[in-house]
Ligand binder design. Structure first.
Ligand code: S3P
Length: 170
């Protein structure tokens, strides 16, 4: 199959590690839109948000999607906000399957607790971070649920999640 598989979901839902494991299992290429943007701009994501703004970052995200569409046969780890633009859905739906990695706020908090490279989850302490996670989820759940497939990740390793998706997409 020459089509792509797009993993969507909140920061900390394990999109990158799962996409790597799934690409390996299905003998597809691995791509990561955040990684592509960092390479292309030679700047960290936090720097792009701080200096050029979120809208600029969102345009770079769409450009990264256009690139992976050209590549084809990729498992793509997307940034958590890829679902915000209707046009991104057209691109993803038109070039492959979209899979939502559904993760609970508690697990997201645990997985993102020590990372400082997610501008939208920047917080002074855990309770402030939890508030931000819940706010983002409230805004986005309805969009994430538009995926072709939903895979609950709580209590599973990235290998197990990749295994599950692998079975669902064939
Ligand atoms: C974002 C998620 C990040 C990154 C950027 C914005 C978001 O990617 O694209 O910080 O809007 O949720 P991860 O989901 O890989 O953390």
């Amino acid at each position: 199959m020459n089509t792509n598989i797009y993993l969507i979901g909140m920061p900390g839902s394990g999109k990158t590690v799962t996409a790597q494991a799934l690409a390996h299992k299905l003998s597809k290429k691995f791509s990561d839109t955040d990684e592509m943007i960092v390479k292309r701009t030679d700047r960290a994501i936090t720097t792009i948000f701080a200096t050029l703004g979120e809208d600029y970052f969102r345009d770079l995200e769409t450009e990264a999607l256009l690139e992976v569409m050209k590549l084809g046969s990729c498992v793509v780890a997307t940034g958590g906000g890829i679902v915000l633009k209707e046009h991104n859905w057209e691109l993803m739906n038109g070039s492959g399957k979209v899979v939502y990695l559904k993760t609970s706020p508690d697990v997201i908090l645990k997985r993102t607790e020590r990372s400082a490279d997610r501008p939208l989850l920047k917080a002074e302490n855990s309770s402030e971070k939890m508030k931000k996670i819940i706010e983002l989820l409230d805004k986005r759940s309805r969009l994430y649920e538009k995926a072709d497939l939903v895979c609950v990740t709580d209590g599973k390793t990235s290998e197990q999640v990749a295994e599950e998706i692998g079975r669902m997409v064939v």
